[in-house]
Design a protein around this ligand. Structure first.
Ligand SMILES: *Cc1c(COP(=O)(O)O)cnc(C)c1O
Length: 452
C-alpha cells in the first residue's frame, strides 16, 4: 500500500474514533492547560470534532452550545464563512514572513484601523495575551529609562487581577492558585484594593465604592510614584476574578491620578476588548485613553493567536533614536502573522457591516429578560451584566460545585465553566434568541437540582 493511501485510510480510521478513544489518547500525550491532569480521570475533556456557529460538536456527534466563547475568544461563531474566506485568501498569498526587515499589507492595514479605533497610533504585535502584558510592562519601563528616569521600575495592579501567566505577567496577576507556587521566580509588584462592587458596604453605591478604591491607589502613588512605571488594570471587568464588575468612574479617576503622578496607565483589554462590555473598547465608557492598550482574545474572532499593544506617538518617539539600544528590541517569531492579521481585519469588517454593537444591545436586553427568573431565584445573588457578559453567585453551593455544574450543563447540551461559585455567560455575538433561551432554561433547571 502506498504511504499516501495508508495515510488516507488512517485518517479515515481516526475520524471513526469515538470520544472514549480520543480521551485515552489525549490523556497519554497532551498536557492540558489550567488542569490537574489526574482530574481528567473523573472529568475527561470533551473531544471536539468541529464547530458550527455557537455550537461545538464532539467526536460522537453530540452538540454543545459554546456559552463561554471558547474561553472568551470567539465573537462570530465557529467556522464563520467570512473569517474562513479571509484566511483562505491570505493562504494563497503569504502565510507568514518575519516582521523585522519585512512588512505586509495585512499588518499595515490592521495597524491603521486599530489606530483609528483606539486613538493610539502605533501597534506592536505578539501572539498571546500574556506576551502583550510583557510588552506593555517592558515598554513602560524602557520609556522612563530613555527619558532619564531609570528608577521607575515598579508596577501596581489590582487585587484579584489577572494579566496572564508568563513570569512578568504573573508578577502583576493576583490569583493565588496560579501565582503562589512561582512566588520565588516573580518580581515584586504591589496590589491595591479592587473596585469590584461586590466588595462595597451594604449602603454604598458602586460609584461610591469605586471612589473609595481609587483613593487607595492615590495613597500608593503619593508614596511610590517616583519608583513606579505603570498601573495595569482590566477595565470594567476582572474576568478571572469571577467576572467582577466595577463602575467606570474608577477608570476616569485612575486616568487623572496617572497624569498627576506621572505613571503610565496600561489597559489590559485582552478579555474585554472588541465589544464585550458594549463599547468596542471598555475604556471608552469612561472616556479614558490609556497609555498602553493590550488586546488579544477576540481580536481574531477566536481563530488564531494574535495580540497587540497600542501606544501613543510620544511614547513611540522616546524610542526613536540613532542608538539601537534605545529601540524596543523585543520580538517573537510569529509577530504580525499575516493569517492572524487577515482574520482580525475580517473581524473588524463584520463589526462595521453588521452593526454588531447595536445588535448586541438588543440581544443583551432580550437575554436579561430571559434571566429574570434566575436573578429572582432564592439561591442566586449578585446577578450582573455588562455588554455581552453575565454572571451571578450561587449562594449555598456544595463543595465541588463548579466541576459538577459544568458536567451537568454539558449533559444538557450547554458548555459552561463556572469560576468557583460564580456562574457566567459570555456567548459569541452571533447567539440567537432560541440559544439564549436554552442557556437560561438549562441553568434554571440545574439550580433546582438536588445536591448542587
Ligand atoms: C486571558 C487574559 C490574559 C492572558 O492571555 P493569554 O492569551 O491567555 O496569554 C491576560 N489578561 C486578561 C485580562 C485575560 O483575560
Amino acid at each position: 500500500m502506498s504511504d499516501r493511501l495508508s495515510g488516507a485510510l488512517q485518517a479515515f480510521a481516526f475520524s471513526g474514533q469515538s470520544n472514549a478513544d480520543w480521551i485515552e489518547r489525549t490523556r497519554s500525550a497532551v498536557w492540558h492547560p489550567c488542569t490537574q491532569m489526574q482530574h481528567l480521570e473523573q472529568a475527561p475533556p470533551l473531544p471536539i470534532a468541529r464547530g458550527e456557529g455557537a455550537w461545538l460538536i464532539d467526536t460522537d456527534g453530540r452538540r454543545y452550545l459554546d456559552a463561554i466563547s471558547s474561553w472568551w475568544v470567539n465573537l462570530f461563531g465557529h467556522a464563520n464563512p467570512r473569517i474562513n474566506a479571509a484566511i483562505v485568501d491570505q493562504l494563497g498569498r503569504i502565510e507568514h514572513v518575519m516582521l523585522a526587515g519585512c512588512t505586509h499589507a495585512p499588518v499595515i492595514e490592521l495597524s491603521e484601523r486599530l489606530a483609528r479605533l483606539s486613538g493610539l497610533s502605533h501597534a506592536f504585535y505578539a501572539s498571546d495575551g500574556a506576551s502583550a502584558t510583557e510588552i506593555a510592562l517592558k515598554m513602560s519601563f524602557h520609556f522612563w529609562r530613555n527619558r532619564g528616569r531609570p528608577q521607575k521600575t515598579g508596577f501596581v495592579s489590582l487585587q484579584n487581577g489577572y494579566h496572564g501567566e508568563t513570569l512578568g505577567a504573573l508578577s502583576v496577576t493576583d490569583v493565588a492558585l496560579f501565582k503562589d507556587v512561582y512566588a520565588p521566580l516573580l518580581r515584586q509588584s504591589h496590589q491595591v484594593i479592587s473596585p469590584d462592587w461586590r466588595l462595597a458596604e451594604a449602603n454604598e453605591s458602586a460609584a461610591d465604592y469605586a471612589e473609595r478604591a481609587v483613593a487607595q491607589m492615590e495613597i500608593f502613588l503619593v508614596e511610590y510614584a517616583d519608583t513606579t512605571a505603570a498601573v495595569i488594570v482590566e477595565p470594567l471587568v476582572q474576568g478571572a476574578a469571577g467576572m467582577a464588575m466595577y463602575h467606570s468612574i474608577y477608570l476616569t479617576r485612575l486616568r487623572e491620578l496617572c497624569d498627576r503622578y506621572e505613571v503610565h496607565l496600561i489597559a489590559d483589554e485582552i478579555a474585554v476588548g472588541f465589544g464585550r462590555t458594549g463599547s468596542l473598547f471598555a475604556c471608552e465608557q469612561a472616556e479614558v485613553r490609556p497609555d498602553f492598550l493590550c488586546l488579544s482574545k477576540g481580536i481574531t474572532g477566536g481563530y488564531l493567536p494574535l495580540s497587540c499593544v497600542l501606544t501613543r506617538d510620544d511614547i513611540y518617539a522616546a524610542f526613536y533614536a540613532d542608538s539601537t539600544a534605545r529601540g524596543f528590541l523585543h520580538s517573537h517569531s510569529y509577530t504580525g502573522n499575516p493569517l492572524a492579521c487577515r482574520a482580525a481585519l475580517a473581524v473588524l469588517d463584520i463589526f462595521d457591516a453588521d452593526d454588531v454593537l447595536a445588535r448586541n444591545r438588543v440581544k443583551a436586553a432580550n437575554f436579561n429578560q430571559l434571566l429574570a427568573p434566575i436573578a429572582a431565584h432564592p439561591r442566586v445573588s449578585q446577578m450582573r451584566n455588562i455588554g455581552m457578559i453575565w454572571a451571578f453567585e450561587v449562594n449555598d453551593a456544595a463543595p465541588g460545585f463548579s466541576l459538577r455544574f459544568h458536567q451537568q450543563a454539558l449533559a444538557k447540551g450547554v458548555f459552561l465553566r463556572p469560576i468557583g461559585n460564580t456562574v457566567y455567560f459570555m456567548p459569541p455575538y452571533i447567539i440567537e434568541a432560541a440559544e439564549m433561551a436554552l442557556m437560561a432554561d438549562v441553568v434554571l433547571e440545574l439550580l433546582e437540582m438536588q445536591g448542587n
